[in-house]
Design a protein. Structure first.
Length: 303
């Protein structure tokens, strides 16, 4: 991305409108760690920092939906998320969309960091969901993205049918070309039996939706903050399952979570099926490196 051209136009105007006429960007540093967007730390002439993500202009809906997710989590008053300062597009030939967020400055973690985070997450999972979906249903008020893939959130009265129709099936359709006929038959049987393998929750929960360790960062209060969500209302155990997909959180996290909100019996039998959604998504976004893991889980449920 041609950052010099980009930073000279709409972004400067946006900063002036948010922070006043005297504001200037004095330093820009690229931040790595994300999968989808270009990310930057902007340092302003008053010494403060802002966080900015950029993508192609056509992808501005990534940022609108991410902002809706951050706001939904913030509404539960349980876990901190960065404030959203602005979303916009830059109109020069570079043609980018951007989102400006409060910069999360990492501080030393509080001593009971994982227990506190677990209790906060359990509270988020128990928060009222009526602002996000019609009572008693699963989904979200708008579709959003999981990484760069569309994520359909149309309201369903049953969690198991929501997970089949809006999570597994669309990812599977997008990945069809990776599979031989025999595996596709197994997938059809898996979809037919989703309500046998999964379980309705005791209550619907607002989920982060993409809860791996890279999306939990330590804020200036020494506690965990959530970033980059793919929120929807679903079964809380889908969030917990994802924390186990790419290396688990420390055991103290799981013990503390269950003090507040015990997992339903046989969660472990459902865990890989939830994570099949994310692995299919990785297969679709990043390629065949994820095929073996997808097939292993498929074979586990449909031998
Ligand atoms: P992507 O949308 O590309 O996945 P992320 O939201 O994961 O990007 O952000 C990329 C990196 O930037 C993260 O790994 C994180 O360390 C850092 N980051 C994200 N949001 C902030 C923020 N508000 N303040 C400071 N650093 C952030």
């Amino acid at each position: 991305m041609q950052t010099n051209t980009f930073f000279s136009t709409s972004l400067e105007k946006t900063l002036v409108s948010i922070l006043g006429n005297s504001v200037k960007i004095i330093d820009i540093n690229r931040i790595t760690g994300g999968d989808i967007n270009d990310a930057f730390e902007l340092t302003l002439n008053d010494g403060s920092q802002l966080f900015m993500k950029c993508n192609k202009k056509d992808n501005i809906s990534f940022f609108h939906t991410e902002a809706a997710g951050l706001k939904a989590i913030a509404q539960t008053n349980t876990i901190r998320t960065p404030h959203i300062l602005s979303i916009g597009t830059e109109d020069s030939s570079v043609g980018c969309s951007f989102m400006l967020l409060e910069f999360i400055k990492e501080k030393r973690r509080i001593s009971n960091y994982w227990e506190t985070f677990a209790h906060q997450l359990a509270a988020m999972h128990q928060a009222p969901i009526e602002n996000f979906v019609p009572a008693g249903s699963y989904g979200f008020m708008e579709n959003n993205y999981i990484g760069a893939s569309p994520q359909i959130n149309s309201a369903h009265q049953s969690w198991t049918s929501f997970f089949r129709d809006c999570r597994l099936e669309p990812q599977l359709k997008a990945a069809e070309h990776y599979f031989h006929a025999n595996d596709l038959k197994k997938f059809i049987r898996l979809l037919d039996q989703t309500d046998y393998f999964l379980k309705e929750p005791e209550h619907p929960s607002l989920l982060h939706g993409d809860l791996w360790s890279g999306n939990v960062i330590t804020g200036n209060d020494g506690r965990a903050w959530l970033i980059d969500p793919a929120v929807y209302v679903g079964h809380a155990e889908a969030d917990i399952a994802m924390t186990e997909l790419f290396g688990r959180f420390p055991q103290t996290f799981y013990e503390a979570y269950q003090e507040v909100s015990p997992l339903q019996p046989e969660y472990e039998r459902r865990r890989d099926l939830y994570n099949l959604y994310h692995l299919l998504n990785h297969l679709n976004l990043f390629g065949a490196a994820y095929l073996a893991s997808v097939k292993r889980i498929l074979g586990k449920y449909i031998p």
